[in-house]
Write a protein that binds this ligand. Structure first.
Ligand SMILES: [Cu+2]
Length: 345
C-alpha cells in the first residue's frame, strides 16, 4: 500500500461519525446563546455556529501551514498527525470540519477524498437504494401525505450536496493555501450563489411536493405553530431526549420556535423584518443598493454582509440564516426547558 492510500485510510477512520462529542471549555457570546450548554448538556458542532467556526478557521490555518511545510504526502502526514492530536483535546467535530475544508481547498490535500455522507454518517441519512425501474407502477396514496416525501428529507445525495456547498463556500471563509496568514476568503459572488443554491433546493422540493399532491412550502412565521411533525425513518438514529444528546430528533406536531437563553425569537424576527424591508425597498439602512450578492451575504451572514456588527444580537441585520437554523434545530427541547424553568408561562 503506498503512502497516499495509508493516509486515505487514516482520513476515512477519522471522519466516521462520533456519537457524543465532548463539551468544549468555553465559547463567545452569540453562539453560546444559540447552543447553550445548559440546554444541550454538551455543545454540538454546527457549521452555522459562528464561534465554533472561528475555532475551525484557526485549526484550518494551522493545518494549511502544515500541508505547505513539506511537499506531497509528507505535508499531509503532518496534517493528519496534528488532527489526531487535536481531536484528543478539542471537540473532534470541529477538527473534522477543519480537515474537510482543507481537503476541499488545498491542492495537495485534495488528493484525499471525502467518503460519501451515507458512509460517514449512516445514522443521519438513509443508504442509497436501487432506483425503482421506470416501468414499475408507482402507487400514489389517495390522500396526499407528508410522509410521501420522507425519502427526500433523508436522501444521502441531496444532504451531501448541501454539505458540499457549505464546504466549498464556508460562511466563515476559507484559508488561502498560498497565503495562510491572510484573512479568510469569502468567494466572489458567494452571497448570490447562496440565494441561488437554496432557491434551487426549494424548487426541487416544491416540485416533488406537487408531484405527490401536496401544496408548495409556505413561508414560516416566527411565532407560528407548525402543524406538521417530523418522524425520521426507523433506520436513522434519533435522540429520545428531543435533540439534547444527538443533533437529530423527532419533532412532534404543534411545535413552535421558543426563545434561546439570552436570545429571544423577537431578535430573529427583527433581523428578518429588516432584511425583508431592505429587499423590498432596494436599499439597505446605510443607503447601499441591494444586489442579490449583498443581500445573500447579509442573510447568510458572511464577512461580506453590509452589517459589520452582524455577530452582535443588538445588530440591525444580524446573522439570520445561521441563527434561524439553530433556533429551528433546538425547537424540540427549548420550549420544554423554558416550561420547566418558568412553569407559569
Ligand atoms: Cu445551506
Amino acid at each position: 500500500m503506498d503512502e497516499l492510500q495509508n493516509l486515505q485510510l487514516r482520513v476515512d477512520n477519522l471522519l466516521v461519525a462520533h456519537p457524543t462529542p465532548p463539551a468544549p471549555a468555553s465559547s463567545p457570546a452569540l453562539a453560546l446563546l444559540a447552543t447553550p450548554r445548559a440546554v444541550t448538556g454538551a455543545q454540538h458542532f454546527s457549521p452555522f455556529n459562528s464561534a465554533q467556526m472561528k475555532r475551525v478557521t484557526e485549526i484550518l490555518r494551522q493545518l494549511t501551514i502544515l500541508a505547505n511545510s513539506a511537499p506531497g504526502t509528507a505535508g499531509l502526514k503532518a496534517v493528519l498527525d496534528e488532527a489526531d492530536k487535536l481531536s484528543a483535546t478539542e471537540n473532534p467535530e470541529i477538527v473534522k470540519y477543519a480537515l474537510m475544508l482543507l481537503m476541499t481547498h488545498h491542492p495537495d490535500a485534495r488528493q484525499l477524498k471525502l467518503k460519501p455522507l451515507e458512509k460517514r454518517l449512516p445514522q443521519q441519512v438513509l443508504a442509497s437504494k436501487t432506483p425503482v425501474p421506470a416501468h414499475r407502477a408507482v402507487t400514489v396514496p389517495s390522500q396526499p401525505s407528508e410522509t410521501a416525501l420522507k425519502w427526500f428529507r433523508e436522501d444521502p445525495k441531496i444532504n451531501e450536496h448541501h454539505e458540499h456547498w457549505h464546504l466549498v463556500y464556508p460562511a466563515s471563509g476559507f484559508i488561502d493555501p498560498n497565503d495562510p496568514s491572510a484573512q479568510p476568503i469569502v468567494k466572489d459572488r458567494q452571497g448570490e450563489l447562496f440565494l441561488y443554491m437554496h432557491e434551487q433546493m426549494l424548487a426541487r422540493y416544491d416540485t416533488e411536493r406537487i408531484a405527490v399532491g401536496l401544496a408548495p412550502v409556505k413561508p414560516l412565521d416566527y411565532a407560528e405553530t407548525i402543524q406538521e411533525g417530523y418522524d425520521p425513518d426507523p433506520h436513522l438514529r434519533v435522540d429520545a431526549s428531543g435533540g439534547a444528546n444527538f443533533p437529530f430528533a423527532k419533532r412532534d406536531p404543534g411545535k413552535r420556535m421558543g426563545d434561546l437563553p439570552g436570545l429571544p425569537v423577537a431578535t430573529l424576527k427583527r433581523w428578518g423584518d429588516n432584511l425583508l424591508q431592505a429587499a423590498r425597498s432596494g436599499k439597505f439602512r446605510d443607503g447601499t443598493t441591494v444586489t442579490a450578492d449583498a443581500l445573500g451575504a447579509t442573510v447568510e451572514a458572511t464577512a461580506a454582509s453590509v452589517d459589520p456588527n452582524r455577530e452582535n444580537p443588538g445588530s440591525f441585520y444580524g446573522d439570520h440564516h445561521k441563527i434561524w437554523a439553530i433556533f429551528f434545530w433546538r425547537i424540540s427541547i427549548i420550549l420544554e426547558t423554558n416550561r420547566r424553568n418558568n412553569p407559569v408561562s
